[in-house]
Ligand binder design. Structure first.
Ligand code: NAD
Length: 360
């Protein structure tokens, strides 16, 4: 099969769908890999890095789309790219169609088979191609919080780790899933005092076993959370109710219960945010202050570290790409968990969750 890797054209998207190491694996398996010229530059892979493993470099995106059987991307195709997709072709990438009826209509119109990273599941019911980005976001949340705590950007002026003879930062993490656990790990690693809240006692048991007595665990409810706010330096919002908007765990009035300069990091902002006072921000202007509280609400946090994010993402996508290249669409169709990724086929929406979301 001929696999095509176009340059990402979405604003501020620096990741790439395949690295030279992955391309070499596909080529060794008997496939052709075409990469658009310059596609890997932002993550340190120039065209020569690809040609050295046998990749064909294609200057024109239109030709690449026209000539390849399987298009592997990071972000959803933009309007111009949709025009180049065609019937019988496989498209594999993050699509987020449930929130985008226009793109869904365009993909149906083109007759392409669109397989979404974010709806493929594993046998534990997890989303294996989303997990690495949650890992990145969870770890980055603490780095972002550490910077936001500094005085020049409106923070309390607390050093996350403290120094001998001073108290470290007090970090509260709401939601102990993938993002939450990674935030906990980073905050503990820096020496912060950390409390994690989750509605699932089972999950708290797992975290307690993983991190030991240095981590405080609490069952999430409003009263417990309010009790933690006056002493918190950082509150990380990392909750998820699958398929639903994030629940609002703190209202505008609750901001007054925190000391000025406290930092809220709303990682769940991509699902609407879990603080009433949150609105999405960008990497250029990541924070704003409301009622003296510093808010960090970047909706695409992994975009700040495209090098790490591309490696983390392609580590998990490559086995799926290889299966698609080796067997074609049956690779996904004949595996119930992989099949959950097929969102559009032959002009129809074939994923029930996406169809239901778009019907609303
Ligand atoms: P996850 O499913 O692994 O974990 C979510 C956790 O939240 C679960 O343990 C669940 O029990 C808990 N939870 C649900 N409701 C709760 C409540 N009311 N109080 C406390 N805990 C509650 O999800 P995840 O992968 O960790 O993702 C968390 C959020 O981060 C999602 O909204 C996801 O979309 C978002 N995210 C954002 C970015 C970004 O760039 N901003 C990147 C990756 C993920």
């Amino acid at each position: 099969m001929r696999i095509g890797i176009p340059s990402e054209v979405k604003n501020h998207e620096y990741r790439v769908g395949m690295l030279p190491a992955g391309a070499s694996v596909c080529i060794a398996a008997g496939h052709e890999v075409w990469v658009q010229s310059g596609a890997g530059l932002a993550v340190g892979c120039d065209d020569a890095a690809y040609t050295s493993v046998g990749v064909h470099i294609e200057p024109s995106a239109e030709t690449l789309y026209g000539q390849c059987d399987l298009i592997v991307k990071v972000k959803e195709p933009q309007a111009k790219e949709c025009e180049w997709l065609r019937r019988g072709q496989l498209l594999f990438g993050y699509l987020h169609l449930a929130a985008d009826s226009k793109l869904t209509a365009a993909l149906c119109d083109r007759g392409v088979t669109a397989i979404a990273y974010e709806t493929i599941t594993d046998r534990h019911g997890r989303l294996p191609l989303l997990q690495p980005m949650s890992e990145v976001a969870g770890r980055l949340a603490i780095q972002a919080a550490a910077m936001a705590l500094t005085k020049p950007v409106g923070g309390k002026g607390v050093l996350m780790a403290g120094v001998p003879g001073t108290a470290p930062a007090n970090v509260v993490v709401l939601g102990g899933g993938v993002v939450g656990a990674n935030a906990v790990e980073m905050a503990l690693g820096l020496g912060a005092q950390v409390t994690v809240l989750d509605t699932s006692v089972e999950r708290l048991r797992e975290l307690a076993a993983l991190f030991g007595p240095r981590l405080q665990t609490r069952v999430a409810n409003k009263q417990t959370l309010l009790g933690l706010l006056p002493r918190a330096d950082v509150v990380v919002g990392a909750v998820l109710i699958p398929g639903a908007a994030a629940p609002k765990l703190l209202g505008y009035d609750d901001l007054k219960k925190m000391q000025p300069g406290t930092v809220l990091v709303d990682v769940a902002i991509d699902q609407g945010g879990c603080f009433e006072s949150s609105h999405a921000t960008t990497h250029e202007h990541p924070t704003y202050i409301r009622e003296g509280i510093v808010h960090y609400c970047v909706a695409n946090m992994p975009g700040a570290v495209p090098l790490t994010s591309t490696h983390a993402l392609t580590n998990v996508t490559l086995p799926y790409i290889l299966r698609l290249a080796n067997e074609g669409l049956p690779a996904a169709r004949n595996d119930a968990l992989f099949a959950k990724g097929i969102n559009v086929h032959d002009g129809q929406i074939v994923n029930d969750v996406v169809a239901k979301a778009l019907a609303l």
